[in-house]
Design a protein around this ligand. Structure first.
Ligand SMILES: *Cc1c(COP(=O)(O)O)cnc(C)c1O
Length: 419
């Protein structure tokens, strides 16, 4: 069959539906929930004329389902990461290990917490390679952040073993992977602190929003204080809370609004259905590809029972083949993409050049015993794999017909291009 990019008939007559899983599933439930807040004139979580406690109910629902005692709703995952780092006492003079394949926010939050990121390479899972942690580790490293990219769990056993041996806390940035599991446990609840995003591009959303989860009561108290100007309200709710004179520290305002909380309560109820749907669609497409495009390779999966199937990651032989693949699929009305332009996070100019809004580019100016530079291509496998891993977004709205057209279109392009 002639490829659409060479003038043939496209596999699909129209582009794929937009891939905003939570947003496209919004409906009367969210509308009703948020309307209750407005009718109650009480959009703030800590006081109001007729409080609805939406954020608190979201925190309780997450706590129950995730099986973790402490959950704090915040304004974004960037805020959640900063809160997590501050809860662990990370700051100026510290290094934090960050995977080379992640969104700018993971590295940015480290810098905004006044620490400096050092980047570990990825393996064929496109998540951090636990075997590369040792290379970037030194005694100035005070924490590890891991990021399950686009719905695939990290190899947590190996990561936790490395961290525990050196007494390092682990933060799981599960912004892209709400509902992912590893060996039966939810991603975000395996390390010391987990951070979630509810921004528009993530699995469930209120446009903006985030959460911090932990089992550690002392870290939780510091997290609550840092997100709310140093205050620890609701001491009775948690049966926690130390003396103000002893423990209050200057913080931020990273609070979640009741409007976001009300939307997210309903989105949280839809999470299982969204993930079940995308997982089934992902697997249906992949079954056809494995049979009809047997040469095509995929991301390695740390736990075949744990991924959510929000994206299908296909690894092409090289960057040039990946670019041709994406362009030919686009012509078939099958939108795919490289993540972050196919470049490791340290290639972003603000990180690469170590530029901040502070004097002397604080905190990059810290005199580390082993200086940090990002200029000598520290992560060759991320450079290579990110430039040739093509992601197909899997929307919860895809129909049987869509799945057939997508699978056939990919087979057609893969064989037609003779990659
Ligand atoms: C989106 C994202 C963030 C930032 O989330 P916000 O809620 O937009 O602040 C952090 N880390 C990763 C891996 C992300 O994908």
């Amino acid at each position: 069959m002639k490829l659409a990019i060479e003038g043939g008939t496209p596999s699909r007559s129209a582009p794929l539906p937009p891939n905003y899983p939570g947003a496209v599933m919004m409906g009367t439930e969210e509308e009703e929930s948020v309307s209750r807040i407005i009718r109650a004139h009480s959009p703030f979580r800590y006081y109001g004329p007729a409080m609805q406690n939406a954020v608190q109910r979201l925190e309780d629902a997450m706590s129950g389902e995730l099986g973790i005692p402490y959950v704090l709703g915040v304004s974004s995952c960037t805020a959640a990461l900063i809160v997590a780092l501050k809860a662990l006492g990370i700051g100026y003079g510290d290094k934090v290990i960050v995977p080379a394949n992640t969104f700018m926010a993971t590295a940015g939050a480290v810098v905004c917490s006044h620490a400096v990121p050092v980047f570990a390479d990825v393996d064929d899972s496109l998540n951090v390679d636990p075997g590369d942690l040792e290379r970037v580790y030194d005694e100035e490293v005070k924490a590890i952040i891991v990021v399950p990219i686009l719905g695939n769990p990290c190899d947590m056993d190996a990561i936790m073993a490395f961290a525990r041996e050196r007494g390092l806390p682990v933060i799981e940035d599960v912004a892209q992977s709400c509902g992912v599991r590893y060996k039966g446990q939810y991603a975000g609840t395996i390390g010391d602190i987990g951070t979630f995003s509810f921004q528009m591009n993530k699995i469930i959303t209120a446009g903006e929003g985030g959460a911090v989860v932990t089992r550690n009561p002392a870290a939780f108290e510091r997290a609550v204080r840092y997100h709310d100007q140093g205050l620890f309200r609701q001491k009775d709710r948690y049966g926690l809370g130390s003396d103000e004179e002893e423990n209050a520290m200057v913080g931020q305002n990273y609070r979640m609004s009741e409007l976001a909380g009300a939307v997210l309560l309903e989105q949280w109820n839809k999470l299982d259905a969204i993930n079940a749907r995308t997982r089934a669609s992902h697997d249906a497409i992949q079954r056809v590809l494995k049979e009809k495009a047997p040469g095509l390779r995929y991301r390695k999966v740390a736990d075949p029972d744990g991924y959510i199937g929000s994206n299908l990651g296909m690894i092409l032989p090289d960057g040039e083949a990946a670019a041709r693949f994406v362009a030919a699929l686009e012509a078939e009305n099958i939108g795919t993409h490289l993540l972050y332009g196919g470049k490791p996070v340290y290639r972003n100019p603000q990180i690469y050049h170590q530029r901040t809004a502070e004097k002397d580019n604080f905190p990059f100016n810290y005199p580390f015993r082993r200086p940090v530079s990002y200029k000598d291509q520290p992560c060759p496998r991320a450079e290579d794999l990110m430039a040739r891993t093509v992601y197909l977004p899997v929307s919860p709205l895809l129909t049987e017909r869509d799945l057939e057209e997508i699978a056939e279109g990919i087979v057609k392009v893969y064989s037609g291009l003779r990659i």
